[in-house]
Design a protein around this ligand. Structure first.
Ligand code: C2E
Ligand code: MG
Ligand code: MG
Length: 427
């Protein structure tokens, strides 16, 4: 009655119905159990009037921000429960729990006072954690205690729901959503040099993600997750646009970058408007098409999607270069090299690394170089770290190399500082 939220009886009824429906439809349902942190302290020091008003305001915030179809209830005292229906996966539940915790970030103003309070949230899921209201509430309550033990102002799942690994993965997913809008990505560029004379031949664009809590997350960790979430297209669009703009900035600064390489993901290749977008960017930033190189992997080229080959054809018509990344790690069928408009092979780091250590890798590197040369394809060796590797590649007839021996991936300004003064190779 204090908060105008459904009470315990009504809540049980809703939960029971929700569970029945979820089971009937084979869907998931999540129970979020909230307990305010140190509420008793506020009640004791500021009085019950303030405590009651605080509960009212918290209820209002929770209700206002809840989605249609979800239920918010007060179980009594300073405990609230939110039921997420609509097939709420653990990911969704984590997302909502995170948002709920964020709702407490701003203070509640009562009278003249700003009161800061946080909440701990425990989560249980149907079907993995139970199938009746009592069990689910008990598990969510237990999870809530775990959250309190973790230092409060956080959320936890009931143990059975998720392994530590899955939880880490979920944290990553949640952080990744909206990372683009929050402008957490930036670009590094890694030079590619001519093995004969050390001239700069171009740069590869490599995306970086700096998250306020997770720190710098390597692309090998977040790109696969972004692909699964279906948001790699958005990230890839940004990378492409930003890299093209950087080409224009370099040119304005009098630094003529011979070629810019950008990695593509399969979802970008499958979008029908990729060639159109690339063409727009080239026009907008006045970049000759043959200065842009798009990197794809073998598996992307082998995909059966007709749309991907249309896109590739469109890109070829534009005159954009196409490179096969991580060459040698994917499929054994090489037929696509004849069929598709490929210009370049990038010999994978795993082979280059073993030069001087493993005869098979050396043979493979030589074979790939011979293959490339006979098909009229350009070759780039990736991950060159030592002069002995560079020498081997030079001897074997590989013209271009990329790797820590020459430069790590660095910010645009650093590329310009180091290479801008030297007259670059013309592509
Ligand atoms: P990749 O395209 O094969 O990029 C080369 C990777 O090798 C980069 O890792 C680079 O930092 C690393 N590398 C370069 N030289 C050396 C070396 O001498 N030694 C060693 N050990 N490593 C070297 P990074 O930046 O962590 O990127 C990893 C992968 O993430 C990339 O592999 C690429 O597949 C993907 N990626 C990066 N940026 C993008 C992007 O904008 N879009 C897409 N779709 N994928 C991206
Ligand atoms: Mg690459
Ligand atoms: Mg590679």
């Amino acid at each position: 009655s204090l908060t105008a939220l459904p009470n315990r009886v009504l809540f049980r009824d809703r939960l029971e119905h929700g569970i029945a429906r979820a089971r009937r439809e084979g869907a998931m349902l999540a129970v979020l159990y909230l307990d305010l942190d140190n509420f008793k302290h506020i009640n004791d020091t500021l009085g019950h009037h303030v405590g009651d008003e605080l509960l009212r305001q918290i209820s209002a915030r929770l209700t206002e921000k809840s989605r249609d179809g979800d239920t918010v209830a007060r179980l009594g005292g300073d405990e609230f429960v939110v039921i997420l229906e609509n097939d709420a996966s653990p990911q969704t539940a984590a997302h909502v729990a995170h948002k709920i915790i964020q709702l407490f970030a701003a203070p509640f103003s009562i009278g003249e006072r700003d009161i800061f309070i946080t909440t701990s949230v425990g989560i249980s899921i149907v079907p993995s954690d139970g199938a009746d209201p009592d069990t689910l509430l008990k598990q969510a309550d237990l999870a809530m205690y775990k959250a309190k033990q973790q230092g409060r102002n956080t959320f936890q799942f009931y143990e059975a729901t998720l392994s530590a690994q899955a939880l880490e993965r979920m944290t990553l997913e949640n952080a990744l959503r909206g990372a683009c809008q929050r402008r957490e990505f930036f670009l590094h560029f890694q030079p590619q040099v001519n093995l004969a004379d050390g001239r700069l031949m171009g740069v590869e664009t490599l995306v970086r993600w700096q998250h306020p809590e997770l720190g710098l997350v390597p692309p090998a960790r977040f790109i696969p997750v972004a692909e699964e979430l279906g948001i790699i297209g958005e990230i890839g669009d940004w990378v492409l646009a930003e890299a093209c703009q950087q080409m224009a900035r370099w040119r304005e600064a009098g630094f003529d970058m011979p070629r810019l390489a950008v990695n593509l993901s399969v979802q970008q290749l499958e979008r029908e408007d990729l060639a159109g977008r690339v063409s727009e960017l080239l026009m907008r930033w006045q970049i000759p098409a043959d200065r842009l190189e798009l990197e794809v992997t073998e598996s992307m080229l082998m995909g059966k999607s007709g749309r991907a080959s249309e896109t590739l054809e469109g890109l070829r018509r534009l005159g954009v270069y196409l490179a096969v990344d991580d060459f040698g790690t994917g499929y054994s069928s090489l037929g696509y090299l004849k069929r598709l408009p490929v210009h370049r092979l990038k010999i994978d780091y795993s082979f280059v690394r073993d030069i001087g250590r493993d005869r098979n890798s050396e043979n493979l590197v030589q074979a790939v170089i011979a293959l490339g040369n006979s098909l009229g394809l350009e070759l780039v060796a990736e991950g060159v770290e030592q002069e002995t590797q560079a020498e081997f590649l030079r001897q074997a007839g590989c013209p271009i190399a990329q790797g820590y021996l020459y430069s790590r991936p660095v910010p645009a300004a650093e590329v310009q500082q180091r290479w801008g003064a030297i007259s670059p190779a013309t592509a």
